[in-house]
Design a protein around this ligand. Structure first.
Ligand code: PMP
Length: 309
């Protein structure tokens, strides 16, 4: 098995070489998508003296909330998850920016997707090097997907459930097949929800606007970060329902997410957003975001777990 992962993973309760961190083809999670995952970034600071893991504690809070939503459990507390992640980072000693992928899953080999008999999920964690997920500075060209976002009463988008990502994969495939960088989902009732793996912001008349938590979004840690930075910089903010046509007349638009970071959007459904250039508000928030995640903004150091490598 060839992989670009860092050499060690946490699997079956201990640190093992990544080649040993594998499961049977019969694994319930593989068959039915009965898993919960997370995605966390570690950034090198400017002079390379430490790795800064961004909002580690908040990511594991959401991870445990997701586990709670689907009504299962794992053997690790929040504190233990944070500690074992720090220990794995120290063991792998990455020399580049790194991405952490925690994963809780139904590990039994039972035939049916039964969360009662499989209520104790196994836990694993691995790390890979990660640069840009989508280009942060090109100006993304995106489309409104013909696929609708999963709804809270079908598969809760608020929980980061592995099986739910077939919804994302379908939208992303459609967008890429048609030459777009990414897709934007509408909810079942036709309001703007989010991207396939990122939250969405628009700026209209100086107001930073994003869909509410109740419009079938994943409650992004980066979304929460952007909202806080906007408030700290006296940018008016609204969390409210957004119509599709508001996208076309927005002055600026950008995605937020651990993978995508803060990436501005230049076109939606072929219509130029604003002047088709990166706008003032997007630039301000993007610049600040990148300074903070690299651990170079003391005011926000509470969000950064800094590890000397
Ligand atoms: N929405 C979806 C569907 C996602 O998969 C992600 C990535 N985790 C996000 C939004 C952004 O969330 P975060 O900022 O916590 O990475």
């Amino acid at each position: 098995m060839k992989t670009n992962a860092f050499p060690y993973a946490f699997f079956s309760g201990k640190v093992v070489p990544i080649e040993k961190a594998s499961v049977s083809i019969m694994t319930n999670a593989l068959q039915y998508g009965t898993g919960i995952f997370g995605g966390i970034r570690g950034y090198y600071n400017k002079n390379g003296s430490f790795l800064s893991i961004f909002r580690l504690s908040d990511h594991y809070r959401r991870f445990l909330n997701s586990i709670n939503i689907i009504g299962v459990s794992i053997d690790f507390s929040h504190r233990e998850l944070v500690d074992l992640t720090i220990n794995l980072a120290k063991k792998n000693k990455p020399l580049t920016d790194a991405y952490f992928r925690p994963f809780a899953y139904a590990s039994s080999l039972n035939l049916s997707p039964n969360l009662n008999s499989d209520s104790k999920f196994a836990f694993g964690l691995y790390m890979i090097p990660l640069g840009e997920y989508l280009p942060v500075d090109k100006g993304l060209s995106v489309m409104v997907s013909s696929w609708r976002r999963i709804s809270d009463n079908a598969i809760p988008a608020r929980a980061k459930v592995t099986g739910a990502y077939i919804n994302s994969a379908l939208a992303r495939k459609e967008a890429n097949d048609r030459g777009f960088d990414e897709a934007i989902f509408l909810t079942d009732d036709g309001h703007v929800s989010e991207g396939s793996a990122e939250n969405l912001f628009i700026i209209r008349d100086g107001i930073l606007t994003t869909p509410p938590k109740t419009d079938d979004i994943l409650e992004g840690i980066t979304r929460r970060t952007v909202l806080q930075l906007a408030k700290d910089n006296h940018i008016p903010v609204e969390e409210r329902k957004i119509d599709r046509t508001e996208l076309y007349i927005a002055d600026e638009a950008f995605f937020s997410g651990t993978g995508v970071q803060v990436s501005w959007i230049s076109k939606i459904d072929g219509r130029k957003i604003g002047h088709g250039k990166k706008g003032k508000v997007s630039s301000l928030l993007q610049d600040l975001f990148f300074k903070i995640v690299r651990g170079d903004e003391p005011k926000y150091s509470k969000w950064c777990t800094k590890l000397k490598m």
